[in-house]
Design a protein around this ligand. Structure first.
Ligand code: A3P
Length: 322
């Protein structure tokens, strides 16, 4: 890679040892970088994006805190923007997990050690990220379109807890429910604190003069999926025509991407070789219950009150609530 890339890699090597560290949920420590708890490779991703990524006005960035609905929104957006390329019977989503259809921005940018793969993607590029809004360069804020989805932190914690149990290597001592809860409420979880993550995008969605951040909540999308599919299409500049409405395309997309449909497809039911050796995550792990309010089956009253209180305090005056 060129000298300018080497500079970024050197910067990364210098920064990492200086960052505060805390316990990660699966196999590595998290580093606190500009207020957020990140795996070290996400820090590298953020540096590479800032130093080298060339945004295009057609770029679509799906941003989420982990466990807030990434898989679902990847599927929905993919289906919306590619709706003229495939019929529903032979749709890529029927045979491919959404993970494999949408590049993970901060991971993809590291492949080849440079932006070359990203540069070679045709427009419109659709990328998925967990990075907080504040870590993206200003040039992207005014150029790309961001779709953000967040979710009640109580459900996110429960979802994360189950996910972590599957991923944490057996050689490591397990993290108890209480310990995970303590970490989560202190904000120590991948890309946490979840509250600051959501607030960054929330403020951008309200303040951005270009209206280029669409802020969604898992609970709302779950309740009225077709309403949000239309909103998404409009936001992405590809609204449904009267003819498409008549043909029921919106409902077909909703059905294709529903939890019931995706989780029952052979490709998503079968555990294959893990994509990344150190993180043995396979397709079925992305589907658990897909419901709102499962926290009621797991959190004590005290725990739920504590998370609600943190949300209330952190979101106070912002207009955001759960
Ligand atoms: P639960 O663990 O509460 O069931 P992410 O995709 O960001 O990792 O989030 C995973 C969560 O989204 C899991 O929540 C998972 O079951 C749920 N999910 C996955 N696909 C979904 C879909 N098509 N519709 C609704 N929820 C979905």
């Amino acid at each position: 890679v060129s000298e300018s890339y080497q500079k970024t890699y050197k910067k990364f090597d210098e920064i990492i040892p200086t960052l505060p560290k805390d316990k990660g949920w699966w196999n590595e420590n998290l580093a606190q970088y500009q207020g957020f708890w990140l795996p070290s490779l996400a820090v590298l991703g953020a540096l590479l994006i800032n130093d080298h990524f060339k945004p295009r006005p057609t770029d679509i960035i799906l941003s989420t805190s982990p466990k807030c609905g990434t898989t679902w929104l990847r599927a929905l957006i993919f289906a919306i923007i590619n709706r003229n390329s495939y019929d529903f019977e032979h749709h890529p989503l029927v045979t491919t997990n959404p993970q494999d259809l949408v590049p993970f921005f901060e991971g993809y940018i590291r492949r080849n050690g440079s932006c070359s793969l990203l540069d070679s993607l045709p427009s419109p590029r659709f990328l998925s990220t967990h990075l907080p809004y504040s870590l993206f360069p200003k040039s992207m804020a005014s150029t790309c379109r961001f779709v953000y989805i967040c979710r009640d932190p109580k459900d996110v914690f429960v979802s994360k807890w189950h996910f972590m149990k599957k991923l944490r290597p057996k050689e490591l001592a397990p993290i108890s429910f209480d310990e995970a809860f303590e970490l989560f409420s202190r904000g120590v979880s991948h890309y946490g604190p979840i509250w600051d993550h959501a607030l960054g995008y929330w403020k951008a969605s309200r303040e951005s003069p270009d209206q280029n951040v669409l802020f969604l909540k898992y609970e709302d999308v779950k309740k009225e999926t077709s309403v949000y599919v239309r909103k998404l299409a409009e936001f992405l500049g590809v609204p449904f025509s009267a003819e498409e409405e008549k043909e029921g395309i919106v409902e077909r997309i909703v059905r294709l991407c529903s939890f019931e449909n995706l989780s029952n497809l052979e490709v998503n039911k079968t555990a294959k070789e893990p994509r990344i050796k150190t993180r043995p995550v396979s397709n079925p792990d992305y589907f658990r219950k897909g419901q709102v309010g499962d926290w009621m089956n797991h959190l004590t009253l005290e725990m739920s009150r504590l998370l609600d209180q943190i949300s209330k305090d952190r979101f106070q005056g912002s207009g955001l609530s759960f």
